[in-house]
Design a protein around this ligand. Structure first.
Ligand code: G1P
Length: 311
């Protein structure tokens, strides 16, 4: 079988995360020691996928530099989405550089669950999770264990099964053709060309798409969810350099980058300190400190602190 190409749409502006996203794309915000994109690329690598197409836009240079420096072993291709026309449009832009099977993971989303059945299951698949109120998501209609319909952000959802933002297709050409149909029809939802509508086109053509349940997903679009993502990831991979443990009180789980200078601080639980940060006499709990951020005598709880501000 031809190997999978991962497509990662990462052009979003992250408007709800201003001021932190003024100079970097949302996917470059650090949680638990590395950018969201780093966590996603680690998942992609674990799946054995080597070829990655990133759809970039706002502050794309930050993504290009990060991927080239930190993931030289990946065959990464960057495609620009010049204007925000929706997820369906972003994925469609990959059509000239992707053939064979593809696996799509959204650039602002960290999935908690086993992605292997999606990639190695030998069928088209979407990751789903049951949620109380699915109206802000794409929703799958399921009958007798099979997906029989899709609808994006419905007022009257046909089920509680939300699309979590992970999709795999054995034949990317079929997907791009379905997206071309959606684009040609002029159909949009919330003014955006939707990937979910291309899934509906595929179903109408008799193409089956299997449901794969996931534990959870964190769509890092708001400060609240970013902090929740930080907590979830720290619970899995916390790390504190020895020197930080000598000069400070660290309440685990925390992640402190070895290049950060931390002294006289009480940190934790759930504090991440990114590279190049300098913290003196601070007391932080449930907080994300961004790269090269300098803080002194600061006490804070449930916040993102960055050289561009705090929230
Ligand atoms: C996108 C998809 C939606 C999916 C969601 C998952 O929506 O269009 O179908 O349920 O991601 O997070 P967005 O979050 O971009 O509005």
């Amino acid at each position: 079988m031809q190997s999978f190409t991962a497509i990662i749409p990462a052009a979003g502006k992250g408007v709800r995360l201003m001021p932190f996203t003024r100079n970097i794309p949302k996917t470059m915000l650090c949680v638990a020691g590395k950018p969201i994109l780093g966590h996603i690329l680690d998942q992609v690598k674990e799946l054995g996928i080597r070829r990655v197409v990133l759809i970039v836009g706002h502050r794309k240079e930050a993504i290009v530099e990060f991927v080239r420096q930190r993931y030289p072993q990946l065959d990464a291709v960057f495609v620009e989405q010049p204007e925000p026309r929706g997820l369906g449009h972003a994925v469609y832009l990959a059509k000239d550089v992707v053939s064979g099977p593809c696996f799509i993971l959204l650039g602002d989303t960290i999935v908690d669950g086993d992605l292997r059945p999606m990639v190695f299951g030998g069928q088209n698949a979407v990751g789903l999770k049951k949620v109380d109120d699915p109206r802000r998501f794409g929703v799958a209609k399921i009958e007798k264990g099979r997906i029989t319909g899709f609808v994006e952000k419905p007022d009257n959802p046909p089920s509680h099964w939300a699309l979590i933002g992970a999709y795999s297709f054995l034949d990317s050409k079929q997907l791009f053709e379905a997206l071309a149909e959606v684009i040609a029809s002029g159909k949009t939802v919330k003014n955006e060309i939707q990937l979910t509508d291309a899934l509906s086109v595929l179903l109408q053509k008799g193409v089956s798409i299997a449901p794969v349940p996931m534990n959870d997903w964190l769509d890092c679009g708001t400060v609240e969810i970013l902090l929740k993502t930080n907590q979830m990831l720290l619970t899995r991979h916390a790390a504190v350099p020895e020197q930080a443990e000598l000069n400070n009180r660290i309440i685990p789980p925390c992640w402190i980058d070895p290049s950060a200078q931390v002294s006289g601080c009480t940190l934790g639980p759930y504090v991440s300190v990114a590279y190049g940060a300098k913290l003196t006499n601070c007391r932080l709990e449930d907080a994300v400190v961004g790269p090269q951020t300098e803080l002194a005598n600061k006490t804070a709880l449930h916040v993102i602190l960055d050289k561009f501000g705090s929230k």
